[in-house]
Ligand binder design. Structure first.
Ligand code: PLP
Length: 402
């Protein structure tokens, strides 16, 4: 292991999920499927300004960590929203409005919605959700684009910058006392009393249809990565919040590849609800204020649908402290071709570099000279102030140092 990454010699926890049967067939098509991906792909790729985000190959990191290749999918440019979440919430809003119109006997598509053809009807509808930033931005953008109202609930720790970025799309943003999980409950309650529709990225008992659409939207990113990589990964390191993002990646690769990779879910130690669920063999909530700089991952309760996919196919769970995050962000900002990556984008990469500094863990994860490692850099500087504080430069300065 080259010295360049020795600063990632940091404490971590690791758990091997005893429920995973290697080589087991993917059987969760009722939640996420390649068929569902085809629908999402057709819809999302038809939107204005759709473009696949870049996939970078890090040959230097591959060489220095002793693997065959390292790839990083960079979501900073996703629809100008700076995160992969743009694919999920907005897709669910479009589907919801199309379905509501169908219930009224109107056959509409998203182009009709963008043109405002049914504005008289859709402008009376309100979508609502809780967020720690990125999902709410996607739902607000979708509501604005497809012509309905939007009300968003954020918790105490959501930064003013993230709040502003949601309000920019015309949503009414309400800040509550309490943490993310409490904001989820409040959004559900408000929606019920006012006849709004919750468009959540997390699923819970009795609420599953819309989160399926949200997660299915994310698979568009996975398909892009596979086409760009032109090879199949042996290892995918995935950051986890409620689990929707990792389960979208796992479902797509597990169903489409003959030889699926080893999946490693990495979480902040103070919000490791997926890790603890693996340890306990069932969805396990984490209490407390979920304090971490990885704002998008500050979730204490798993998404029940996501969990059923992850528990069947994710072999390794890791939890890490915040300490590695600014280091990983700086590492990417200082590359010859600089990359702007936010706090929740680099968790998988940080977990990998931590593992590469620990020979025991590296061998348990079967990382060796034949490994092809894939990361999803799920956000850019979605909190611009925080980014500048942690990296020491703004994203413009980073990109202009090219
Ligand atoms: C940038 C980023 N990465 C990863 C995640 C994790 O996604 P999920 O909560 O679906 O596991 C989030 C969630 O908000 C996020 O904002």
């Amino acid at each position: 292991m080259a010295n360049r990454y020795s600063e990632f010699s940091l404490s971590f926890s690791h758990f091997v999920n005893p429920k995973v049967q290697l080589g087991s067939e993917y059987k969760h098509q009722d939640i996420l499927s390649l068929e569902g991906f085809e629908l999402a792909n057709k819809e999302i790729t038809s939107w204005d300004n759709y473009q696949p985000t870049p996939l970078h190959s890090f040959d230097d990191i591959a060489q220095e960590t002793g693997v065959s290749s390292v790839f990083y999918k960079d979501e900073n440019t996703r629809f100008n929203l700076k995160s992969f979440k743009a694919l999920g919430g907005a897709y669910a809003v479009a589907n919801l409005l199309i379905k509501k119109l169908k219930d009224e006997g109107i056959k509409a598509n998203s182009s009709d919605l963008i043109l405002g053809t049914y504005k008289d009807y859709t402008s009376k509808l309100t979508v609502c959700c809780a967020t720690d930033g990125n999902h709410g931005r996607s739902v607000a953008w979708g509501a604005q684009q497809f012509g309905c109202n939007c009300e968003i609930y954020i918790h105490q720790k959501v930064s003013p910058g993230r709040e502003k970025a949601i309000a920019k799309y015309g949503a009414l943003v309400n800040r509550i006392d309490g943490n993310y999980d409490e904001s989820v409950r409040i959004a559900a309650k408000v929606a019920e009393s006012n006849g709004y529709t919750v468009v959540s990225d997390t699923s819970y008992e009795g609420y599953t249809d819309i989160p399926k659409d949200v997660m299915q939207g994310y698979t568009v990113m996975v398909d892009e990565a596979m086409k760009q990589m032109n090879d199949t990964p042996t290892h995918v390191f995935l950051q986890g919040g409620v689990g929707g993002f990792p389960s979208a990646v796992v479902s797509f690769l597990q169903e489409s590849l003959d030889c699926p990779p080893i999946f490693i879910v990495v979480e902040p130690v103070n919000a490791d609800c997926l890790f603890q669920s693996a340890v306990n063999g069932e969805p396990t909530p984490i209490h407390g204020d979920l304090d971490t700089i990885m704002a998008g991952l500050a979730c204490g309760e798993v998404s029940v649908l996501a969990w059923s996919i992850l528990e069947s196919h994710v072999t390794h769970f890791m939890s890490i402290t915040d300490e590695s995050i600014p280091k990983a962000m700086q590492l990417l900002a200082n590359r010859k071709t600089p990359i702007v990556a936010g706090e929740s984008a680099v968790t998988g990469l940080a977990g990998y570099l931590i593992a590469c500094n620990d020979s025991d863990l590296k061998s348990k994860l079967m990382i060796n000279e034949n490994s092809k490692v894939l990361f999803f850099g799920t956000e850019g500087d979605t909190d611009e102030e925080m980014y500048e504080q942690l990296v020491g430069r703004s994203s413009e300065q980073v990109l202009n140092s090219l």
